[in-house]
Write a protein that binds this ligand. Structure first.
Ligand code: FAD
Ligand code: EPU
Length: 338
């Protein structure tokens, strides 16, 4: 374990922001992590996975522990299903590809989500009609104060839309080291309803889709809509899609009958933040080094030389405009790091 001083995090965050960390350590095992958590220099460390859901606002005054715990394996199986265990440092998309190659179904709709396995439960990653919670078996976390490991079952995690206990009550309390998923071995139930998957499969000429076909369709859709962070700094959706009272959604629909809206239950409706931001006039508009992307207004972009403060200033500008036009509060999905 080599502790490095004054490390640039430019390569370690998908916005490509060149901020420094005073100390930086990469850990490749749970044991190494337990050891470093006892080191007083790393008490308030930022735990970093792939850095694809953080906005680093300025040079850090705290150290960084980068999680690089490897390994994917089947730990339990029966005729129908298998439990797959993955180290927190595995690249999420590599896990998806591994599962498909082993004919294990359940996470193919979550193809190409950037980042590492350990961060997946933090915001309960989701896309194209599937969320992590749908396949979650359990996760192992190490207590940052005690160094003890604890198994989190699904009911402990309080998963919600882009939410979990790890963003609330247990924020910064545990480091996830292992994730276990419950996946299906045969008679796959494909989830093709959402977001143009069926249409894309038709375009691809696929008649009887396999897990791999679904993944390829999702990848195709994502590549069309979302900018590649290696070319244009971004962290995916910057805001959550707001869930508002039905009456508020109805008020907006009165003026904008074509607004897309999704019923949550009898009281609440989810509105696409991308639509609100586009209608507030920000889609594709560049403000200095930053802006909301031309194909997806929900994606805040660094055109190359932005600072974290500039990105956050723009995010606040967008939040203010949406609030005054629609009376809807946007909440950042991305984690703001001081
Ligand atoms: P990081 O950015 O490194 O960390 C995120 C947060 O989790 C931080 O607060 C960090 O401290 C904490 N954390 C990280 N690892 C651990 C750990 N092992 N234990 C405890 N805490 C930890 N997300 C979706 O849900 N759906 C999408 O479709 C999607 N599309 C995206 C598209 C693009 C182009 C980009 C750039 C991002 C997208 N995201 C999406 C967001 C992002 O990919 C996910 O949030 C992902 O899970 C972040 O993983 P990471 O390893 O990069 O996390
Ligand atoms: N829309 C617009 N203008 C835009 C963008 C979107 O009008 O500029 C409209 C679309 O026409 C569509 C609706 O908004 O009717 C939803 O758009 P889209 O299907 O692109 O999905 P999203 O709601 O913007 C969410 C997730 C994504 C996830 C996709 C697919 C959130 C915050 N974002 O985006 O996750 O990949 O659905 O499931 O829930 C992420 O979390 O970083 C992320 C990329």
């Amino acid at each position: 374990m080599e502790v490095k001083n004054q490390v640039s995090l430019a390569e370690f965050n998908s916005f490509g922001l060149s901020v420094n960390a005073p100390l930086f350590l990469e850990v490749t095992s749970s044991l190494a992590l337990q050891k470093v958590l006892k080191d007083p220099r790393f008490k308030n460390a930022l735990i970093l996975g792939g850095g694809s859901n953080v906005l680093l606002l300025q040079n850090l005054s705290r150290p960084v522990i980068k999680i690089s715990i490897p390994g994917i394996r089947v730990v339990e199986e029966n005729e129908q299903s298998a439990i797959v265990s993955a180290g927190a440092g595995v690249v999420w998309h590599d896990l998806v590809m591994w599962c498909i190659a082993n004919n294990l179904g359940g996470i193919e709709n979550l193809s190409l989500i950037p980042g590492l396995v350990g961060a997946a439960p933090i915001q309960n990653i989701g896309a194209y009609g599937v969320e992590l919670k749908d396949v979650f078996h359990n996760a192992i976390g190490i207590g940052r104060k005690t160094g003890d490991s604890k198994i989190f079952e699904a009911e402990d995690c309080e998963f919600g839309y882009r939410d979990s206990i790890f963003k609330n009550e247990l924020k910064d309390k545990y480091v996830i080291t292992t994730l276990r998923l419950s996946l299906i071995k045969s008679n796959h139930k494909l989830n093709l309803e959402y977001g143009g998957i069926s249409q894309t499969l038709d375009e691809m000429g696929v008649v009887a889709p396999t897990l791999d076909d679904v993944a390829r369709a999702v990848i195709r859709i994502r590549r069309k809509k979302l900018p590649d962070p290696s070319k244009l700094g971004n962290a995916g959706s910057f805001f959550k899609n707001p869930i508002v009272l039905k009456s508020k959604a109805a008020k907006i629909i009165k003026d904008f009958p074509n607004m897309p809206a999704f019923t949550i239950d009898e009281n609440f409706t989810k509105i696409p933040a991308g639509w609100l931001i586009e209608k507030a006039g920000f889609k594709g508009k560049v403000f200095g080094n930053v802006g909301m992307h031309k194909n997806q207004a929900l994606v805040l972009v660094n055109y190359g030389a932005a600072t974290g403060a500039e990105l956050w200033e723009h995010a606040q500008r967008v939040m203010g405009a949406v609030l005054s036009k629609f009376d809807v509060e946007l909440e950042p999905e991305v984690n703001l790091i001081n």
